[in-house]
Design a binder for this molecule. Structure first.
Ligand code: ZN
Ligand code: ZN
Length: 371
């Protein structure tokens, strides 16, 4: 866990209890791994957390039980009651709910499958299970000081990797070779792992937003999209820079400049109280002005945290219009434009919403890197 101070798990659990109480739920069952990690520090692949007014029970299987008991005892995890599974998960859930006051039990509708819910209902026949959405995710969207400190460090390290791109991006090398160099640099910088498969998309491949690195060799006149991220102490940073192999034709250069201007406009629009869709609109307006509105194939940004993509999403859907930015939110600002036959461009930085507007957490120069 590096030099990161322990999160205030009891404050997080208290906020979640408030949410459950406001919805008349006697308890909440949390199953999503990043939500379990946020609330308790437990970072295994499977487990259940039962949060009620009377406490919190963490249900883990035999792979995790001994370590979890030790870490709870050492104060490294939230102060939960640990329940191992002697029988089925359903049986353990029934035991954990036995002490909970009467009332319905909330579950994460986006996480729990119909089959899983059927199993729970069978094990706990006298309780009603009520679907909830985004309760923990909304808490996670506002980062506390400790989380912001980790994200700042992650973005600083990512920016250092970006400043070294000219060591690796060269004519004649394959996309895969460049991606491997970036991944090695992420590990040298101290990241636990890359946050996703590094994107190195050159020439015609750059016209596809989520191109995977191939054996294609970088060639004169290529635009190259370099999109990479790292996980540090559980938190994800995400950054994209553009390179060209030699000089590119004028319309490719104009594409890059338009995307940079769109990103600048989007960053300038960030402030508490703005709608998530306002940020997207600011970027889209600039690209529209360059005749590239149709070439902008994705949302302007996404929240960052324990997951690479989390709330808030900065897009143009009705759901994004309903989201208001708040101080402490952290997200990417990454407009792009993709034109078959010409190529693509994307520029991505990570920002934290502040009372004054935003703090840009990534610091690498945004100039087109001409190699
Ligand atoms: Zn990215
Ligand atoms: Zn991103």
């Amino acid at each position: 866990v590096g030099d990161t101070p322990l999160p205030d798990f009891s404050a997080r659990l208290a906020r979640l209890r408030g949410q459950a109480h406001a919805r008349d739920l006697a308890a909440l069952v949390i199953a999503s791994p990043p939500n379990l990690q946020y609330l308790t520090g437990f970072d295994g692949s499977t487990g259940l957390l039962v949060v009620s007014a009377s406490g919190a029970d963490l249900l883990v299987d035999g792979r995790y039980e001994a370590v979890v008991r030790r870490r709870v005892g050492a104060g490294e995890l939230a102060q939960v009651r640990v329940r191992g599974l002697s029988g089925s998960l359903g049986a353990a859930l029934a035991e954990a709910l036995a002490d909970v006051s009467p009332g319905s039990i909330g579950f994460e509708a986006e996480r729990v499958t119909v089959a899983t819910l059927d199993g729970w209902q069978e094990a706990v026949p006298h309780r009603t299970f009520t679907r909830t959405t985004g309760l923990v995710e909304r808490l996670r969207a506002i980062k506390d000081a400790g989380e912001l400190a980790v994200l700042r460090r992650a973005c600083g390290k990512l920016s250092d990797v970006a400043r070294s791109l000219r060591l690796w991006v060269r004519a004649g090398r394959t996309e895969r070779e460049v991606a491997a160099d970036i991944d090695a640099a992420l590990l040298r910088e101290g990241f636990d792992r890359p946050a996703f498969q590094t994107i190195v998309a050159s020439g015609p491949n750059s016209a596809h937003p989520h191109a995977r690195p191939t054996g294609r060799r970088l060639a004169q006149g290529d635009l190259v999209v370099l999109d990479f991220g790292g996980v540090l102490d559980g938190y994800c940073g995400d950054l994209t820079r553009m390179a060209s192999i030699g000089q590119v034709q004028a319309d490719a250069r104009a594409l890059v400049d338009a995307v940079r201007a769109a990103q600048q406009a989007a960053i300038a629009a960030v402030r508490p109280g703005a709608h998530a869709s306002d940020i997207d609109q600011a970027a889209r307006r600039v690209l529209d002005g360059h005749g590239l509105g149709e070439a902008f194939l994705h949302a302007t940004g996404h929240g960052l945290g324990l997951e690479l993509h989390e709330a808030p999403r900065l897009g143009r859907a009705d759901a994004d219009r309903a989201v208001t930015l708040e101080t402490g939110m952290v997200c990417t600002i990454e407009p792009g434009a993709y034109v078959e036959g010409l190529g693509g461009a994307r520029m991505e930085d990570d920002i934290a919403v502040t009372p004054e507007g935003c703090e840009v957490l990534t610091s690498a120069p945004r100039d087109l890197l001409i190699v």
